[in-house]
Design a protein around this ligand. Structure first.
Ligand code: PLP
Length: 384
C-alpha cells in the first residue's frame, strides 16, 4: 500500500475545492469526465427497470439483452463477430474490466507492458497484484505511435500482457494501423495477451479512424477489448462497461467477477441497454461539441507558440509541452492554480515522460476554455 500514491489529479481537485470555498472562481481543466448530463431516455429506461422490479442479482456476466446489444455494436463499429452468450461480460466500467482481467491472468512477478505516458491507474493495478509494469516510451516526434522494436525492448521472460489505450489518455493520440500491427506482431510472436482499453473509441476526430487490435489476423483469440458507457454517453457515475474476450477466458473472468462485485447494478444495465439502442443519436452531438472545443483550443494556442501541443485525434485531452518555461510541471500546475485559478493536471502523474507537460481536459464549456487559457497564458508570460 505504501507504493500506491493518492491520485495526483485528486490533489489538484481538492486544492481547487479549497480555493472555491474561499470564494475564488476556478476553471476546471483537470477532471477527466464528461460535463454533460446523461441523456434523458437512458435515465428513464433505468428508472423504468427499477420500478418494474429489476432489483436482484443478475448473471455475473450481465443481462443477455445488454450482451446482445454489445455484440451487435462490436459487429457494426469494429467489424467483430462476437457471441453474446460466450464472449461478452458486462463490467462496472472499464476499470473493473481491466482489474479483473489482470487479476485473472497475472501471477505475482509477471510483467505487463504499457505505453507511457499512461492512464495513471494502469501502474497501480499491476502493483496491487504483485505484478510489474514496464513502460514502453511514446514519443511526440512520431505522434505517440508504437513500434515493434520499442515493444520488444520491454519484453522479459515474465511478460504476459500488453495493455494499450487508444484514443489515448493523456495525449489524445490515436494508434495508427501500423502501431496496432506492431502490437499484434509482438503479441503473436511471444504468445502474449493484449488488453485494449477503448473507452474513447466513439470520441474521435476525422480523419482519425478507430481500429481495434482484435480485428487483426490472429488477434481475436488473444485480445480482451475493454469499453465503457462512462465517456461517450456521459454515464461515468453509473459504473457500466464491458469486455469482449475469447470464449474460455470469459468463463474465468466471470469467476473472478463473481468474487468481486457479483454483477453490475441491475437497473443500470437496462439504462446502458437504452444507451446502445440510441447510439449515435445521443453520442454525436456531444462528440461534435468536443470537436468544436478541441478546435477552439488549438486556435487559441497559436497565440502562445512557446507552448507546444499535439492536436488530439480522440478523447478530450490536450497534452501541452511547457518545458520551455524551465519550471517543473508540478510547480507550474501549482502556480497556475494559485495565481490564475485554473486547475490543470501536472504531466508527471502519467509517468516520467510527463515531466514538463500538462494535461488539459476540455470537458468544460467553450467559455471556460477561453477564460482558462487566457489566465494560463498570463501566468506563463510573467515567467518569461
Ligand atoms: C484510459 C482510461 N481507461 C479507463 C478509465 C476508467 O473509466 P471507467 O469509468 O470506464 O471505469 C478512464 C477514465 O478516465 C480512462 O481515461
Amino acid at each position: 500500500m505504501d507504493r500506491l500514491q493518492p491520485s495526483g489529479i485528486r490533489r489538484v481537485f481538492t486544492r481547487a475545492g479549497e480555493l472555491e470555498q474561499a470564494g475564488r472562481k476556478i476553471v476546471h481543466f483537470e477532471i477527466g469526465r464528461p460535463d454533460f448530463d446523461t441523456p434523458a431516455p437512458i435515465k428513464a429506461a433505468a428508472v423504468k427497470a427499477l420500478e418494474e422490479g429489476q432489483v436482484h442479482y443478475t448473471l455475473s456476466r450481465g443481462i443477455i439483452e445488454l450482451r446482445k446489444a454489445i455484440a451487435s455494436d462490436a459487429a457494426s463499429r469494429l467489424g467483430l463477430a462476437v457471441d453474446p452468450e460466450r464472449e461478452v461480460m458486462v463490467t462496472a466500467g472499464s476499470s473493473n474490466a481491466i482489474l479483473i482481467s489482470l487479476l485473472t491472468v497475472l501471477q505475482p512477478g509477471d510483467e505487463l507492458l504499457v505505453p507511457e505516458p499512461m492512464y495513471l491507474f494502469y501502474l497501480d493495478w499491476g502493483e496491487l497484484m504483485g505484478a510489474r509494469t514496464r513502460a514502453v516510451p511514446l514519443r511526440p516526434e512520431n505522434g505517440f505511435q508504437l513500434s515493434a522494436e520499442d515493444l520488444r525492448a520491454g519484453l522479459t521472460d515474465r511478460t504476459k500482457v500488453i495493455l494499450i489505450n487508444s484514443p489515448h489518455n493523456p495525449t489524445g493520440a490515436g494508434l495508427s494501423p501500423a502501431s496496432l500491427e506492431a502490437v499484434a506482431q509482438v503479441a503473436r510472436e511471444r504468445d502474449l495477451l493484449v488488453i485494449s482499453d477503448e473507452v474513447y473509441d466513439r470520441i474521435v476526430y476525422p480523419p482519425h479512424v478507430h481500429l481495434s487490435p482484435a480485428s487483426l489476423p490472429g488477434m481475436r483469440e488473444r485480445t480482451i477489448v475493454v469499453n465503457s458507457f462512462s465517456k461517450p454517453f456521459a454515464m461515468d457515475g453509473w459504473r457500466v462497461g464491458w469486455l469482449i474476450a475469447p470464449e474460455g477466458l470469459v468463463d474465468d473472468l466471470e469467476n473472478t467477477q463473481h468474487r468481486c462485485v457479483m454483477n453490475v447494478t441491475s437497473f443500470a444495465q437496462y439504462g446502458a441497454l437504452e444507451a446502445l439502442r440510441l447510439g449515435e443519436e445521443v453520442v454525436a452531438p456531444m462528440v461534435e461539441e468536443y470537436r468544436a472545443r478541441r478546435d477552439l483550443i488549438l486556435d487559441l494556442l497559436q497565440e502562445a507558440p512557446e507552448i507546444k501541443s499535439f492536436p488530439p485525434q480522440g478523447a478530450f485531452y490536450v497534452w501541452l509541452d511547457v518545458s520551455s518555461f524551465a519550471r517543473d510541471d508540478l510547480e507550474l500546475a501549482e502556480m497556475i492554480l494559485e495565481e490564475a485559478g485554473v486547475a490543470i493536471t501536472p504531466g508527471r502523474v502519467f509517468g516520467p515522460s510527463g515531466l514538463g507537460r500538462l494535461r488539459l481536459s476540455y470537458a468544460v464549456s467553450r467559455e471556460e476554455i477561453e477564460l482558462g487559457l487566457k489566465r494560463i497564458f498570463k501566468v506563463l508570460r510573467s515567467l518569461k
